[in-house]
Write a protein that binds this ligand. Structure first.
Ligand code: SAM
Length: 110
């Protein structure tokens, strides 16, 4: 039986991003919500279960660079790094961890 991380890795390995049921080409509420709640673009923002969300692109375009991008799936995070390409920011912290578990955090800023 697959564990949770394997389940999500399989999803991100096998499906094009546009075919994910929750895919949004442009975030409907995410960016405006963050702009309202976090007007200072220098504040650190933690995105839990970020997947390959286009919200990350929108945040970077709006100069929100101080991001911690979490997901349980290392495949999702790898693909998100590729998606970001030139818009990648060195201040992004990559955080592959199961938020349902204690003491499983692995940090990487590379
Ligand atoms: C429905 S998807 C949404 C992805 C993204 N937020 C978006 O809007 O495109 C749920 C995401 O949560 C991640 N996830 C599920 N359980 C998790 C956990 N326990 N810890 C961290 N991430 C988790 C999955 O890998 C997946 O990327």
């Amino acid at each position: 039986m697959q564990n949770i991380a394997q389940h999500w890795d399989t999803v991100y390995e096998n499906k094009p991003v546009e075919q994910l049921g929750w895919y949004e080409a442009q975030s409907e509420y995410g960016l405006s919500f963050i702009k309202e709640c976090v007007p200072n673009i220098k504040e650190r923002i933690f995105l839990a279960g970020v997947g390959r969300s286009t919200l990350v692109h929108e945040l970077l375009e709006n100069r929100y660079n101080n991001l911690i991008l979490n997901d349980i799936s290392s495949i999702a995070l790898e693909k998100l790094r590729i998606d970001l390409a030139e818009s990648m920011s060195p201040s992004i912290i990559w955080h592959q961890a199961d938020l349902g578990q204690k003491n499983t955090f692995k940090y990487s800023s590379e």
